[in-house]
Design a protein around this ligand. Sequence first.
Ligand code: SF4
Ligand code: SF4
Ligand code: FES
Length: 371
Amino acid sequence: MPEYTLKLRRYDPESGQAPYWQEFKVDLAGHHSVLEGILDARARLDGSIGIRCSCRAAICGSCGVRINGQPGLACHTHLDKALKTARDGAIEVEPMGNMPVVKDLIVDMEAVHWKKIQRVTPWLIAKEPVPEREYIVPHEAMVDVTQSMACIQCGACVSDCLSMEVDPLFIGPAALAKAYRFVGDPRDDQQFERLNDLAEDPHGMYDCTHCFECVDACPKGVNPMGQIMRLRRRAGGDHHIDDRNNGHRHEVAFTKNIRRNGILHEPDLLADSYGGKFNPRAIPVLLKSLPVILRALVRGKATPGKALLHTHKAPKDVKRIYSQIEDREERFELNLYVTGYDEEETEKADEPAAASEGEGQPSAPGAEVGR
Ligand code: SF4
Ligand code: SF4
Ligand code: FES
């Protein structure tokens, strides 16, 4: 039986001691989970190790930790797999980030995660009149929210959200994914109100910086960042919500900037987000940003010539891509959770001999959801 070394981050607030690392050796086969390793160490070596768990099957979301610096579920990570990313042969397990530590590997999810989930009204507000029997919902609409419904509330995405690290008040990836679950549900009566609320909140949907950390962190493929982008498209694109945080205008300015230049031309971005250099709304913002602009000039990051007299030369291909997307009559939302492809069929289609007509076609509708 192989021996694995678990290096656990220990912390007991009642002891008055600072956090420290402690190593434990466990004799378990590699297919056992990190959680089983921790429970084994607790049973045999130190009964005071603090870890929260319940289902041991990646369902309840209670065993979220960081393993070798990456957030994940302890019950869903095999020891042999964890060893591959371990430094010096020891699998490091520490509590999740962005949440206060209660003891050892247990964080206080109530203080951050659950509070934010409550913030987004996580229940359906049914449309009236309520039908006598069940609501009939289009299949595509349910496919569209399936991904957000897969969340098990483990907090792994919250743990590594970079925006939350900077702004602890940011509603965050898990709660915003939850919000989309109801915004995208045609039975909900408050789509506009929900979107308006999340767009107008200074710590709302426009606080996400697209860092992809939550996408990588999520053990259930929820793609919280993708759900946030869906919220934004619905708010700005469908409901034309022009939020006071300038989030939607900034997004539009960014898209136009790339369309015109091919790559981002930073000096235009700030002013364009407020309606252009000569828009009265942009002047106070530009004045406020003068120290940053001056620093950029001093360091040669921007020159007056490039900033003011820049010619816009996006390559033809960039313009073509924009036209193709913008000329579509419908918006397409890719749902990468429900791929719509039968895995076996797709594998066969990848084999040259099996590349016959019809193979690899979506086995169920909903690979793409038109809006
Ligand atoms: S993509 Fe957005 S929500 Fe996700 S971790 Fe990054 S900042 Fe947070
Ligand atoms: S979105 Fe994923 S990582 Fe975030 S709480 Fe839900 S299941 Fe966990
Ligand atoms: S113990 Fe339930 S998800 Fe790990």
